[in-house]
Design a protein around this ligand. Structure first.
Ligand code: HEM
Length: 281
């Protein structure tokens, strides 16, 4: 502890370094959460379908989509869900500066795939919610609906900046696209984290339309977008104080992600992955 204080007083911990390290911590925790989410999607949706055990998916899927009666809706449901595993496996690679520098081609192709699948996820998601009717309630679906509308806007702005060779603007909107495309993942983190912090439901309902559910459904992408904007602002600014403030916000973001990943993995994804494997073996 004394060493940390000495370093801070002696100025050897620069605010840039602190902010950079906090962002790196976030990337590591998020990577774990993303890969377990990918393993969950493969285990409960992809593998049972491949091995002809649709009953298993029926019993493990938490939503209504899998029970679709129309074959078009069922097809759109799978077209919505299966690419999400690929996005969760490879999306985070876009954030590694070393990969960006060493393998620019991979960065470009992986980025394009992520954006195209993200667009498709947004449109199929909007269809499933409002066309096929897979929603627990109207008001509880507003958060994810705004999320679905913002995804194509952020992707368009990122793409336009890239073709105009405005790379700083491109990076900014690419990060917002990334956050928005991962809004449904963050929502699960926030919801499970909320249950852990409150030791149960508090402002939640079965139809996911309680005040806490609605707030979390918007916060799951708006809060990370605000924190990202604070970090961009600190990066543009020379003031050390602003960089420390941004580090504080980023640290809060890391804490929320740690709680969320811990809660979603232990309460939601891991138990279902285990059940899926028991059902398949
Ligand atoms: C591109 C970003 C998105 C990804 C990666 C994604 C991913 C997923 C995943 C993995 C599931 C399965 C959920 C589970 O088993 O826990 C799911 C279900 C679903 N998603 Fe998305 N989603 C995205 C965007 C959206 C949007 C924007 C909407 C709505 C506007 C939406 C609506 C739905 C619906 C209605 C379901 C079915 C829920 C049920 O079975 O009752 N998704 N999505």
């Amino acid at each position: 502890m004394q060493t940390v204080v000495n370093k801070l007083e002696g100025g050897s911990v620069s605010p840039e370094k602190a902010l950079n390290n906090i962002v790196k911590c976030w990337v590591v925790v998020a990577l774990i959460g993303q890969w377990v989410f990918a393993a969950y999607i493969l285990s409960i949706y992809a593998f049972p379908t491949l091995f002809g055990n649709a009953e298993l998916t029926h019993s493990l899927s938490p939503g209504q989509g899998i029970k679709a009666e129309s074959s078009v809706d069922l097809f759109v449901f799978f077209a919505h869900i299966l690419p999400a595993a690929l996005m969760a496996m490879s999306g985070m690679f876009q954030l590694f500066p070393n990969i960006r520098k060493k393998y620019p081609k991979f960065h470009r192709y992986n980025g394009r795939m992520f954006m195209i699948l993200g667009l498709s996820g947004a449109f199929t998601g909007l269809y499933l919610t409002w066309g096929a009717g897979f929603r627990f309630s109207d008001i509880g679906s507003l958060g994810v609906t705004l999320n679905g509308i913002l995804i194509p806007i952020a992707i368009f702005l990122a793409w336009k900046a890239a073709i105009n060779k405005k790379f700083i603007v491109h990076q900014r909107f690419a990060i917002h696209s990334f956050i928005l495309i991962n809004g449904v993942w963050s929502f699960r983190l926030y919801l499970m984290g909320w249950f852990i912090v409150n030791q149960g439901a508090n402002g939640n309902t079965r139809n996911i339309d309680g005040p806490a559910d609605i707030t979390l459904s918007f916060a799951s992408y708006l809060l990370p977008m605000i924190i990202a904007e604070i970090i961009f602002w600190a990066q543009r600014n020379r003031s050390n104080n602003i960089k420390w403030i941004a580090s504080g916000f980023a640290a809060i973001g890391v804490l929320i992600t740690v709680i969320g990943v811990g809660a979603a993995v232990t309460m939601m994804w891991f138990p279902r992955i285990t059940q899926a494997f028991e059902g398949l073996l």
